[in-house]
Design a binder for this molecule. Sequence first.
Ligand code: NDP
Ligand code: 8X3
Length: 255
Amino acid sequence: MTASQRPVVLITGATAGFGLATAKKFAQQGYPLVITGRREERLKALSEELSPLTSVHYAVLDVRSSEAVAEFTNNLPEAFKQVAILVNNAGLALGAEPADQASLSDWHTMIDTNVTGLVNVTHSLLPTLKAQKSSTIINLASIAGNWPYPGSHVYGASKAFVAQFSRNLRSDFAGTGVRVTSLEPGMAESEFSLVRFKGDQDKYDQIYQGANAIQPEDIADIILWIAEQPAHLNINSLEVMPTSQAWDNFKIVKK
Ligand code: NDP
Ligand code: 8X3
């Protein structure tokens, strides 16, 4: 496939972390890109950086608003309308305290972003994705959706939704050109923990120090690999951790 034949890739949350690295990775391969997020300055700068490599359309988009998502998808410029690779990446965790100390508004924000936002974007683009000969949806779930840990409560549950939603989409689109993957990373170094701990740089440093965590570029490589699999293959789910991370024992709290 020459660069001019590459399908359009739409990435939510392209202003940082996985989304940003994925935008750069696909741009290096010449894929036309639609990059979105809430921080316009970052989108503008990224668009200017990547424009020598490929065609880029950027749009400020808060995935939580179904109206904004519909308005955005209905008004994509002609050259970017035929989205064939959707990277549903926008998401966040807020807080890691036990459930009874968590803020209800943080819980709502995680559900609104990780669940409702991802559903908004997917629903809005499904007709377009279905109209393509071959298309791929890559949903950012997490190990937190597969395995429990203290302080994960709503975040982990929101990612369990993403994983099961991905499998259910697969069921609906089996035998069609629409592929769906649930990508489930473990500890990765990005702004994720700064957001989770509300800008606390000390906590951020403690978490990643000595962990040799996954880097956003690692995830971008995996996303490109998933998207470039032959059309008759679907990577259903892919869980990836840094080698430094693994499971712990079941906890027994004795009296
Ligand atoms: P970052 O915090 O680095 O990036 C998150 C991105 O999501 C930003 O671009 C942010 O853009 C965007 N975003 C957040 N809220 C919204 C919103 N309401 N509307 C649109 N965009 C939004 O985190 P990561 O790159 O690490 O995380 C990306 C995804 O991967 C998330 O879904 C996360 O849950 C998941 N994940 C992360 C892991 C990790 O350890 N880092 C591990 C497993 C999964 P902006 O603020 O400009 O809107
Ligand atoms: C992020 C991974 O383990 O911090 O989804 O919840 S974890």
